[in-house]
Write a protein that binds this ligand. Structure first.
Ligand code: PGA
Length: 251
């Protein structure tokens, strides 16, 4: 059985008191999960708070981004080694907001995945097409390219230690979720691309779906054969919603 993972991506939200209430609830509820892992990716300044609230619980935490450089004169950047020092298990790389708003390209994202792996953490590698790309019928081409650039760079050993997330850009923060069938079709395609490289990795790779996941649609999405959990933005900021999504991943 593949690992199930529900990862909250807080984006640039939160405050110390709000986070405390949310993290305490996640820590308490994570113990009740068996098949699924609950994780939260918080803004950098809150990593210490996440670490102290979640250490000793079954919940994990991580960064939303990472530098592809190990250290040096890179103002504003945070290295994978720094994330590791704060107990991160995960770092998201290649989120569509990084690609679209901050100009990150496939090659840089591949380097970031490598930097995360080099510190013994798990990169959560995001792929996904824009609405225009879907309408042009090139979803598979786009997602396949995004995946292959990273896979070529990190190799089978790196892939084995990674998690993938399919996030159609048109479904992120729009309330417009991909239907379970739409998600399944791309997840199956992604697993097929992996199988072309290594059948064992394809069989065990957790592939998360992201894009307007909420308590009301999680069970249906996670019920699809190749959907192994979710990368959850807005709904991860509300404890009851997020924890209901985590429970839906137990099924
Ligand atoms: P959303 O964001 O759940 O708010 O659509 C998902 C993501 O960007 O990871």
């Amino acid at each position: 059985m593949r690992q199930r993972l529900v990862m909250g991506n807080w984006k640039m939200h939160g405050s110390l008191p709000e986070n405390k209430a949310l993290l305490d609830k996640v820590a308490a509820a994570a113990g009740g999960l068996n098949r699924a892992i609950a994780a939260v990716c918080v803004p950098y300044p809150y990593l210490a708070q996440a670490q102290s609230a979640l250490a000793g619980s079954k919940a994990a935490w991580g960064g939303q981004n990472v530098s592809h450089y190990p250290k040096g004169a890179f103002t504003g950047e945070v290295s994978a080694g720094m994330l590791r020092e704060f107990g991160c298990r995960y770092a998201i790389v290649g989120h569509s907001e990084r690609r679209q708003l901050f100009g990150e390209d496939d090659a840089t994202i591949a380097l970031k995945a490598g930097a995360v792996l080099a510190e013994g953490m798990v990169p959560v590698i995001c792929v996904g097409e824009t609405l225009a790309e879907r309408e042009r019928g090139i979803t598979e081409e786009v997602v396949g390219r995004q995946l292959n650039v990273v896979a070529d760079r990190i190799g089978p050993e790196g892939l084995k230690a990674s998690v993938l997330a399919y996030e159609p850009v048109w479904a992120i923060g729009t309330g417009k979720t991909a239907t379970p069938d739409q998600a399944q079709a791309v997840h199956a395609y992604v697993r097929g691309v992996l199988a072309g490289r290594d059948k064992g990795i394809a069989a065990t790779m957790p592939i998360l779906y992201g894009g307007s996941v909420k308590a009301a649609n999680a069970a249906e999405l996670f019920g699809m054969q190749d959907v192994d959990g979710g990368l959850v933005g807005g709904a991860s900021l509300v404890a009851e919603e997020f924890l209901a999504i985590c429970r839906a991943a137990e099924g």
